[in-house]
Design a protein around this ligand. Structure first.
Ligand code: G3I
Length: 349
């Protein structure tokens, strides 16, 4: 074979077979039938390679921390949106959407709130003012919100106070009673009637009791005319979580007819690696898990597919210690996980 022919042969036949054709794939957002998001924080801007990835690959960003109470409300009467505004405005300048996270959550509370001594009327006022001030500030810029985050224990009871193993504290519920969730949604709709309102939680893929509790809450909202548009399944998952359970959790949430957002996706591999699993096998299994989850989202009725949000861009961003649960490695290279996610987007459900 002469040199020019050899070069042509290499380009046409051999190159596509090497490394899954790496480097020629389209960005995820160009092949996704639903919106794709990731988290972003101010310190990401110091890493141009990461910024390039999220602008190229994702439709939407979620502030990982800066919209939480701790990150945006230094006292009962003062709000500080400096960080959140910078992130939101940057996203909008680059044609991206923003998902608001999170208005009311029992965690990440500042000391002034934990130590607040007011009665239930005063607590209600804090809750309402917070929801409405934040939503009105971002009105027209943020079109979807996690209104309430993680109100239920895994056993399906509401988080109130630590009682027994597995049950968690939630000051809002302690001070205001279990129906605080419904009122949050009413306050949110009042503040911005155009925004999509989500209830966000984790564990739908392993806790039947929590699923039932969420479904009961949605059905009670329906009966009482409480507004809600969607449910977020965080899906901080891992290799050993059976696919069938993940599908069951997603379908349970979809059975409400509401929008479904896989809102904080990551796939942990730490346990398996610690137990001696071959890293190559773990990477392959992680890719397969991502592929499957994407396909599950695609299998829902189209109008309910709000989208998928990854909880971080690279493994350097993850909240999980000593883990590598995301689509890019800590050196900003696409992992097999990325290719699994991509395959899931391309395949028929
Ligand atoms: O910014 C401060 C820094 O100034 C300080 O030096 C450092 C010392 O610990 O703390 C930094 O703040 C930390 C912040 O993350 C930013 O890194 C907080 O302590 C830490 O509590 C906070 O953790 C976040 C956690 O939520 C609690 O808010 C994680 O980054 C964030 O990924 C995680 O996200 C949650 C979702 O909101 C809800 N679902 C579960 C998910 C994972 O826990």
């Amino acid at each position: 074979m002469t040199q020019p022919f050899r070069n042509l042969f290499f380009l046409l036949f051999l190159l596509p077979l090497m490394g899954q054709g790496q480097g020629r794939e389209k960005p995820l957002r160009e092949v996704a039938p639903f919106t794709l998001g990731t988290t972003l924080e101010m310190n990401s801007f110091a890493r141009p390679e990461v910024v390039a990835i999220y602008r190229r690959e994702f439709h939407r960003i979620t502030c990982g921390n800066s919209m939480k109470i701790k990150g945006s409300q230094p006292t009962a009467d003062t709000f500080d949106f400096t960080m959140a505004d910078s992130i939101v405005n940057d996203a909008l300048r680059h044609g991206q959407l923003v998902h608001g996270h999170t208005l009311i959550w029992g965690k990440s509370l500042p000391d002034w709130l934990v130590n607040f001594q007011g009665d239930s009327v005063a607590w209600e006022q804090i809750m309402k003012t917070r929801i409405q001030t934040v939503m009105r500030h971002f009105k027209g810029r943020i079109h979807s919100w996690d209104v309430v985050n993680e109100a239920f224990n895994d056993d399906g009871t509401m988080r109130t106070v630590v009682k027994k193993k597995g049950q968690k504290e939630n000051l809002w519920c302690q001070k205001l009673g279990p129906d605080f969730v419904a009122r949050c949604f009413q306050y949110a709709r009042e503040a911005d009637p155009d925004a999509l309102l989500f209830y966000n939680d984790y564990g739908q893929e392993y806790s039947e009791a929590k699923n039932k509790a969420i479904l009961r809450m949605i059905s009670s909202f329906r009966k009482r005319g409480i507004p809600i548009d969607g449910i977020g399944l965080q899906l901080h998952t891992s290799l050993d979580r059976p696919d069938a359970l993940i599908l069951k959790g997603i379908r349970a949430m979809a059975s409400t007819g509401l929008l479904v957002h896989i809102s904080e996706l990551d796939v942990s591999v730490k346990k398996q690696l610690d137990e001696g699993m071959d890293p190559a096998a773990a990477a392959k299994a992680q890719a397969a898990k991502y592929e499957t989850i994407v396909k599950y989202m695609k299998s829902l009725p189209e109008k309910q597919q709000f989208g998928i949000t990854l909880w971080g861009v690279t493994d350097a961003d993850t909240w999980l210690k000593n883990d590598t649960p995301l689509l890019w490695d800590a050196h900003n290279h696409k992992k097999q996980a990325w290719y699994g996610f991509y395959r899931g987007l391309l395949q028929k459900p």
